[in-house]
Design a protein around this ligand. Sequence first.
Ligand SMILES: Cc1cc2nc3c(=O)[nH]c(=O)nc-3n(C[C@H](O)[C@H](O)[C@H](O)COP(=O)(O)OP(=O)(O)OC[C@H]3O[C@@H](n4cnc5c(N)ncnc54)[C@H](O)[C@@H]3O)c2cc1C
Length: 273
Amino acid sequence: MFQHQAQVLWNQNLSTDYYRIGLSCPAHYAVAKPGQFIMLGFSGQTDPLLRRPFSIHRLIVSKDKLEGFELLYKVVGKATAIMARQRPGDRVEVLGPLGTGFIIPRTARVVHVVAGGIGVAPLVFLAIQLHAKNFDFSNCRVFIGGRTREDLLCLDEFVRLGLRVETTTDDGSAGDQCLVTHPLEAAVDRHPPDLIVACGPMAMLACVTGIAEKYHVPCQVSIETMMGCGMGACLGCAVEGGAGQDRYLHACLDGPVFDAADLNLVTGNGIIT
Ligand SMILES: Cc1cc2nc3c(=O)[nH]c(=O)nc-3n(C[C@H](O)[C@H](O)[C@H](O)COP(=O)(O)OP(=O)(O)OC[C@H]3O[C@@H](n4cnc5c(N)ncnc54)[C@H](O)[C@@H]3O)c2cc1C
């Protein structure tokens, strides 16, 4: 894990609140794993003082050379508003890659991917990496849920990689009007996959975990807990461990990707928000 000054390569507005930013990076990012994140800050800025965590969305490789990585982000507050104003050539402070990544066992053949809103960011990186390893996606499914049509991101990327995508929205503006966990459970009930991977709001992750438990399917979740330092110093990202774990785990060092059974997502410490 290193800190570097990253150059902004591009910063593209996708819709009202969503952007993609490309950032230059040193060579060690070539081994970054899907699920890992970076902490991004702005030198000379005291407001916001703390760096903010973002999942690596994809690596940018040109002619076999690593040029940088991309983040997919939603503007929700001060730091993300400043991010949205960055222009090519500007510089930001980056610390990373940090945390744990998804681990797809060699024996896994059918993997279902579940994304809620901006939680899709690390899952695209995972799909790209599996595709590069010639993973057979024919029986895999991607379930993407959002409040409204605008929150359904990266559908085309998954389809291009050969994945079948099902979408849901809360308001019915696209896909089925239901929670994303409804089509997930129907699919798991028809044919339990070898693994479920998920990233999104805590309530969604709790529900996905419940489905995985019910059908005895291994499940990995990436949690987007608020985080102060990203390095295990502030302990601000504590989450309640599941049975057999220490009482508290930390999203920055122990996660953000966890075996769902290692967390107490269903009755944990106010995690369902
Ligand atoms: C490991 C990890 C990976 C992440 N990856 C991404 C990503 O790829 N793309 C992306 O857009 N965001 C991601 N996030 C969330 C992102 O870090 C926050 O949106 C960002 O810190 C907000 O900063 P801000 O200064 O703009 O907003 P703030 O001013 O800090 O907050 C604005 C509002 O958003 C709420 N908020 C802030 N952070 C979170 C959070 N983590 N969960 C729930 N509510 C929050 C605050 O309570 C406040 O109401 C990730 C978080 C973690 C922990």
